[in-house]
Design a protein around this ligand. Structure first.
Ligand SMILES: [Zn+2]
Length: 290
């Protein structure tokens, strides 16, 4: 079972999030048919959104991460709500290139590094919160670290990892975010930095069967952390025939009739779950007769 946890040391001013996303990313791989490098890039962003879903306060709040780096992966989007529902899509699921010089899946190589990372938080206000930063590496974790620093002014350490098996399936996936609240002391910062340096890669910790709680307890062993939330994660899309009909209505009758004339039928495939919605001429007439 995949889940994310939130922990805090009130006194030291440390906030931490950690999650295992192996099944979630595997499900995403099966839905979108991603090849290894694309699986890693997509999985990292899905993991980041799952962790950031735990930062949301309102029941209906959502967070969307969008990476547009100009590389062969195309645009990658991940979306999470505050209850552990996560979904996303990647422009080119077939993006796959040889391992990088470190022998790792070359995420930056397919993401590109000339674009932006955009974070959209729908907090139920009139306008959503939108933060955007240029990509610093295309590896996603570093880009998110930069986002937290520049856009939210919260010093953070972000680790995201996806380990792909030889058959292309997801062997281990997960990540953590550690944030310093304004009252955090210099001493705490140094201790965390030291601990991060000696910690194994997050995928290895997950593969070693460490729970998200154990990972945080080890990382923050000099602190007294309390776990304040836990969310089970699900790859879940809430699309429906009614929502798709509304999209058709917003396109307008002329446009939809054009598609009908050239294709004989109107088919829309959900970006997030790849579910296909087909409409014949009778269906279209009915939708627009209301
Ligand atoms: Zn869907």
């Amino acid at each position: 079972m995949d889940y994310v946890v939130r922990a805090i040391d009130e006194k030291a001013g440390i906030l931490a999030f950690c999650g295992r996303t192996t099944n979630l990313v595997e499900k995403a791989r099966l839905i979108h048919d991603t090849l290894p490098t694309a699986s890693a890039a997509f999985g990292r962003l899905l993991t980041a959104s799952a962790l950031m879903g735990l930062m949301l306060k309102g029941e209906k709040d959502t967070v969307t991460l969008r990476v547009d780096g100009g590389g062969s992966a195309g645009i990658i989007v991940a979306h999470a709500d505050s209850k552990g529902n996560v979904k996303g899509f990647i422009g080119n699921p077939g993006a796959n290139i040889p391992l990088n010089q470190k022998g790792k899946l070359d995420v930056a190589g397919i993401v590109g590094s000339t674009g932006t990372l955009t974070v959209v938080k729908d907090l139920g206000l009139k306008e959503p919160y939108v933060g955007q930063v240029p990509l610093v590496s295309g590896e996603i974790a570093e880009d998110l670290t930069y986002y937290f620093d520049k856009s939210e002014q919260i010093p953070s350490s972000v680790a995201l990892g996806v380990l792909v098996d030889t058959d292309g399936s997801i062997k281990a996936s997960g990540g953590f975010i550690i944030q310093l609240l304004p009252r955090a002391e210099e001493k705490a910062v140094a201790s965390i930095e030291e601990q991060l340096k000696s910690t194994k890669p997050v995928t290895q910790l997950i593969e070693d069967k460490l729970s998200p709680e154990d990972i945080l307890k080890n990382l923050l062993k000099d602190f007294e952390i309390t776990f304040t939330a836990k969310h089970v994660l699900n790859y879940h899309c809430s699309c429906s025939k009614e929502k798709i009909e509304r999209i058709l209505l917003s396109l307008g009758k002329n446009e939809v009739d054009d598609i009908l004339r050239s294709q004989g039928t109107v088919e829309l495939i959900c970006n997030y779950c790849r579910k296909s919605y087909r409409f014949e001429k009778e269906d279209i007439d009915k939708i627009f007769s209301v």
